[in-house]
Design a protein around this ligand. Structure first.
Ligand SMILES: *Cc1c(COP(=O)(O)O)cnc(C)c1O
Length: 414
């Protein structure tokens, strides 16, 4: 084949088939190609409409094509896209102020994804412990079935071995304990541990809320041993559980907090937040990334925070959550052969498949998708709902109608 850049690259027709021909097969995307979206409404290449209860995996929390975000990002686009970290910029300075004023943290580091935020957090924890206690304090404790991203370090820290198989040798000195298991936490968190990383609610692992007693015990064990407590709030944060971050709901303050996903509403940005004392270990040259906190990404995130600061925003998230929980509880009562007990918090919700339909969560979501409702899974056994936080009561009712119809069709076909 001739190597040349075709002149019509931006306009030529493409289909779902093109994915299978030219993209590295790391994903198995849905059969339709979404082309346009507004709020919770998505349309595909054929003009078919979908109601989006995924938010692009808990990302577009203020809805697709949000007019306030569009205006802010377009304005910044016409002003300047990127300068690099050889220069700072006004949006990132404002974003740093906003995040440190709104949280426990004194300092923010910006990057481009959740994995990068966790990579920064883990590297910082190692460096802090080495400087303060010596190189023996290097062990990282994480939880089984956790998810922290896909770099080699973050998959190794993550608690799902299917994501590390074939990538050995892996980074060393990482131990996994059972989530919500206080005894195994006590056994594992000893003086040689530099960091304990935990999702306050496990997202990818099945939407499993952390027990308050377990998370408190992690805090105490970290205090006792000098390990840093890292809360991975990449999925639970930025409003998803009805507070800016879930740590505020539970009243347990970490030493480092990581954020991404909804922070940019779809504009890639990640953040690591920490205290003055810990941040000092990331001195000039210790860590970095080309795009981190560039003006466009920082503007998107800043505008997201501004929207969420409006009075009543988080109250409405809680109200929408209560409605959806009530609907799903009733759904599980009406279809006990299909669904188990609904769980989660705010608008991060898991609906486990009942015993007889284990492994079939994806099949159920495909049935709902045919009927025009986009849903996620969290592992093979759990249907996950993560609608934009701006979901209306009418949209909640429509999703309930489709989930019921999908349950009927799914049972008929099974
Ligand atoms: C999605 C996710 C990540 C990884 O974020 P990326 O932006 O995909 O790198 C890390 N931790 C948690 C809890 C997540 O849900």
């Amino acid at each position: 084949m001739n190597a040349k850049l075709d002149s019509g690259v931006t306009t030529r027709p493409v289909t779902r088939q093109t994915f299978d021909e030219v993209l590295v097969p790391t994903y198995a995307p849905a059969n339709f190609v979404p082309v346009r979206a507004s709020g919770l409404d998505v349309w595909d290449q054929e003009g078919k409409h979908y109601l989006d209860f995924t938010s692009g995996i808990a990302v577009c929390s203020l809805g697709h094509s949000n007019p306030v975000l569009n205006a802010a990002v377009i304005k910044q686009m016409q002003t300047a896209w990127h300068f690099s970290n050889a220069y700072t910029n006004e949006p990132v300075l404002r974003l740093g102020l906003a995040l440190t004023e709104a949280t426990f943290a004194d300092r923010a580091f910006f990057c481009n994804s959740g994995a990068e935020a966790n990579e920064a957090a883990l590297k910082l924890a190692r460096k802090y412990a080495h400087a303060k206690f010596g190189p023996h304090k290097s062990r990282i404790v994480s939880c089984l079935s956790s998810f922290h991203g896909r770099t080699l370090f973050t998959v190794s820290v993550g608690g799902q071995s299917k994501y590390t198989e074939g990538f050995e040798p892996l980074p060393q000195d990482i131990n996994h304990i059972n989530y919500n298991d206080i005894e195994s936490a006590r056994a594992a968190i000893t003086d040689d541990v530099c960091a304990v990383i935990v999702e306050p609610i496990q997202g990818e692992g099945g939407v499993i809320p952390g027990d308050l007693a377990f998370l408190k015990e992690l805090r105490e064990l970290c205090n006792k041993t000098g390990a840093l407590l890292i809360f991975d709030e990449v999925q639970s944060g930025v409003g998803r559980t009805g507070a800016l971050f879930e740590y505020m709901n539970i009243g347990i303050t970490p030493d480092i907090l990581t954020s991404a996903k909804a922070l940019g509403n779809g504009f890639p940005i990640g953040a690591m937040l920490t205290t003055n004392e810990i941040a000092q270990q990331f001195n000039v040259g210790a860590h970095g990334t080309t795009y981190g906190g560039n003006p466009l990404a920082a503007t998107a995130a800043l505008t997201v925070l501004d929207e969420m600061s409006k009075p009543g925003f988080f109250d409405r998230v809680k109200e929408a959550s209560a409605r959806i929980f009530a609907n799903l509880e009733q759904l599980a009562v009406d279809y006990p052969q299909l669904f188990g007990k609904v769980r989660g918090k705010g608008l991060l919700i898991g609906l486990p498949m009942a015993e007889g339909y284990k492994g079939k969560a994806k099949d159920y979501t495909k049935t709902a998708e045919k009927l025009g409702l986009m849903l996620l899974v969290a592992g093979p056994d759990v249907v996950r709902l993560a609608p934009p936080l701006v979901v209306s009561d009418a949209q909640i009712a429509e999703a309930d109608r489709i989930m019921r119809q999908a349950a009927d069709e799914f049972l008929k076909a099974a």
